[in-house]
Design a protein around this ligand. Structure first.
Ligand code: C2E
Ligand code: MG
Ligand code: MG
Ligand code: MG
Length: 277
């Protein structure tokens, strides 16, 4: 089949090949097969304590190794899984696999594992006990796990908030992912039971050239501090961005500068000293 290489080297279907309904049905069937065959795997990206230059945690990112199309990006298959009602199964598979791999990794003693969770998974009342059972099975402490939810998950406020509270009672931390891109407003920040806020990379990418972005981030950091939230900057790609973030008081970040998503065993906890810029 014809295949186009998309951004980041992900495989994409050529637009002319299949569209709309056909494509959706095809993906759904293949995703079901992938779940059965276990051709989904997990890539890991380091989350770095910027000042100390050591890995504070790793984010688990789902990857689908498609037999014909190569690696399919999660931004493509997660929405399909959601529409097909497969996200609970997929999400649990990723969580279990990531927890097992992380528990077996020597670096897990001093770091945490961060796993993305879809809003619909949070609507399942038994989700917290499934997570707790997974941790128990692999021998991880709840404090070693962070669950990431996008701010749009907060649309369904009351139900999701109940689930988040229970997870936090276990000692699991909650991160608001891609902060600043959704339609949630600032008032969610203190209503939402969270521990960590991940600033979307669009803000980080602007700081080296846009003084307004610097002001926004500086102010946000103060606000997060006052609310007791730890901020994590996403999408740090060059040393200039990292230096500015540190100056603004940002202590934790991730991005291609520190490592692309890949096998867990390729991550070393202590980073080499920063190059002078
Ligand atoms: P996310 O959770 O915000 O993950 C960060 C995304 O940014 C990842 O894309 C990562 O590869 C990319 N990234 C990291 N550093 C940089 C950088 O410096 N520059 C740029 N341009 N990009 C960077 P990825 O792996 O394609 O994942 C996309 C999204 O798919 C994730 O965004 C997350 O929302 C979702 N996702 C991934 N795995 C899962 C999963 O297991 N379950 C759920 N529900 N969603 C997932
Ligand atoms: Mg994330
Ligand atoms: Mg994010
Ligand atoms: Mg994202």
């Amino acid at each position: 089949a014809a295949k186009a290489q998309g951004k980041d080297g992900y495989a994409m279907f050529a637009p002319s090949m299949r569209d709309g309904f056909d494509r959706e049905v095809m993906w759904r069937t293949e995703l079901q097969q992938a779940l059965a065959d276990r051709t989904l795997h997990v890539a890991y990206q380091p989350i770095v304590a910027l000042g100390e230059r050591r890995v504070a945690g790793v984010e688990a990112l789902a990857r689908w190794q498609h037999p014909q199309h190569g690696i399919v990006a999660p931004d493509e298959f997660i929405p399909v899984a959601e529409r097909a009602g497969l996200i609970a199964e997929l999400g649990l598979l990723v969580l279990r696999r990531a927890c097992a791999e992380f528990a077996a990794w020597p670096g897990s003693q001093s770091t945490y594992l961060s796993v993305n969770v879809s809003p619909s998974q949070m609507l399942d009342a038994s989700f917290p006990s499934k997570v707790a059972a997974t941790l128990y099975e692999v021998g991880l402490r709840p404090t070693q796990l962070v669950l990431e939810v996008t701010e749009n998950a907060l649309a369904d406020e009351s139900e999701v908030i109940g689930t988040l509270r229970r997870l936090r009672e276990f000692g699991i931390r909650i991160a608001i992912d891609d902060f600043g891109t959704g339609y949630a407003s600032l008032r969610y920040l203190h209503r939402f039971p969270a521990d960590i806020v991940k600033i979307d990379r669009t803000y980080v990418q602007d700081i080296a050239r846009d003084p307004a972005a610097v002001h926004i981030l500086g102010t946000l950091w103060q606000l997060f501090g006052a609310l007791g939230l730890t901020a994590v900057a996403e999408g740090i790609e060059d040393p200039a961005q990292a230096a500015m973030l540190v100056e603004l008081g940002c202590e934790v970040g991730q991005g291609f500068l520190y490592g692309h998503p890949g096998p867990l065993n390729s991550i070393t906890v202590e980073l080499a000293p920063a190059e002078r810029t």
